[in-house]
Design a binder for this molecule. Structure first.
Ligand SMILES: *Cc1c(COP(=O)(O)O)cnc(C)c1O
Length: 301
């Protein structure tokens, strides 16, 4: 599947041109990279004869929502192991979990300590005893088949771009982009969370060296936002009629704009932003913002 590149602007000072790849248009829920990451895993789950998908996620996880929907479409049972026992009593206040349940996903709430065992063989065996055999999708959905799916984000028609910019969670999506980028292209990853471990993760899957992480735009950590970021998202959607999610793509686009204004990119550079979707998370973020009496993300574009 090939998605459209939409022209945004050429800046007057440096003649830097920016386009955005509308991976968010793949599907309203299973949008962007989560669709790409699930594609070959669904094929493999069927080939292995598994009737169920089991995965992990937090309260507003795009991956939980995408797995629930994709499993329903594919006729596979889905089990979501969710971080935070206290959430089990508040499903109806959480749009992501409500959606997952409406797709037939069985939710299993665990404490934060239990959740940290998500890669532990004994813990995973225990889940098989409870739920039966399953096909395991790791947290965030990243494995070799997910990276393979993300290698299909860039296509031949993207050859003219000099820089490809993408948000980073686990690094699976960035790895796929790195593997399909051309030798003259530089891939910039914008981590949505703090920490140094991502480089090692990406090196497991990435087959080239032409990439760099820009660690300056996580806004305090995963899921953290500021009023400056929210007003940037609202300005962007007013200007271009494109919604950005506040956890990933919004921070990346903010970062690229800031770097353009600071002269990071050479004159006449052609930049492609990857819109990795995640728009289902806006509603949950707005509930949090309203609770804190902060400005919310405008969803009417
Ligand atoms: C999960 C997600 C990412 C990060 O993808 P990784 O492969 O984990 O790095 C980026 N953007 C959106 C919208 C996401 O949901």
């Amino acid at each position: 599947m090939q998605t459209q590149n939409q022209f945004l602007f050429t800046d007057a000072q440096r003649n830097v041109t920016v386009y955005i790849k509308r991976e968010d248009a793949i599907h309203p829920i299973v949008s962007g990279n989560k669709y790409r990451k699930l594609k070959y895993n669904l094929v493999e789950a069927r080939a292995q004869g598994n009737a169920a998908l089991l995965t992990f996620g937090g309260a507003f996880s795009n991956h939980i929502a995408a797995t629930a929907y994709a499993g329903k479409e594919a006729g596979l049972k889905t089990i979501g192991v969710v971080r935070g026992e206290e959430l089990s009593e508040k499903i109806e206040h959480n749009p992501t979990l409500t959606f997952a349940v409406s797709c037939g996903m069985q939710l299993h709430f665990v404490t934060r300590a239990q959740y940290r065992q998500k890669n532990d063989a004994v813990f995973l065996d225990g889940l098989a005893k409870k739920f039966g055999d399953y096909y395991l999708l790791p947290e965030g959905g990243t494995n070799a088949l997910a990276v393979k799916g993300c290698e299909e984000i860039l296509t031949e028609s993207d050859a003219a771009f000099d820089f490809i910019c993408c948000a980073v969670g686990t690094g699976g999506t960035l790895s796929g982009i790195i593997n399909s980028a051309l030798p003259h292209q530089k891939v910039l990853g914008f981590p949505a969370l703090k920490g140094d471990f991502l480089k090692d993760e990406i090196r497991i899957f990435a087959q080239s060296m032409s990439w760099e992480l820009i660690p300056d735009y996580h806004f305090g950590g995963y899921g953290k936002v500021s009023t400056e970021l929210i007003s940037f998202l609202n300005g962007f959607s007013a200007d271009y009629r494109i919604l950005l999610d506040p956890v990933y793509t919004g921070k990346m686009v903010f970062g690229v704009m800031d770097m353009i204004s600071k002269g990071y990119f050479p004159d006449y550079a052609k930049i492609l932003l990857i819109h990795t979707g995640g728009l289902q998370g806006i509603q949950g973020m707005n509930i949090r913002l309203e609770k804190d009496k902060l400005p919310i993300i405008n969803t009417h574009v």
